[in-house]
Design a protein around this ligand. Structure first.
Ligand SMILES: [Zn+2]
Length: 69
């Protein structure tokens, strides 16, 4: 097997394992309204409240793009 592919598969498995752990722990993921990526509200550095809802962002870029709208 191709070494790079094997590494990618292992990374994918680790990622899903991590996601599964979060689901089992009951961590609710928020969706970044700019890029639609899942963001963990506990670790999100960028967030804002708008229309009585709190929005979480994966990065400063997404936060700024959302605020410009
Ligand atoms: Zn984002």
């Amino acid at each position: 097997m191709n070494g790079k592919k094997a590494a990618e598969a292992a990374a994918k498995r680790a990622y899903f394992k991590g996601q599964l752990k979060k689901i089992k722990k009951g961590v609710k993921m928020e969706i970044d309204p700019n890029c639609k990526m899942e963001v963990d509200p506990k670790t999100a550095k960028y967030k804002t409240a708008k229309n009585k809802k709190t929005y979480y962002f994966c990065s400063k870029n997404c936060f700024e793009a959302f605020m410009k709208k």
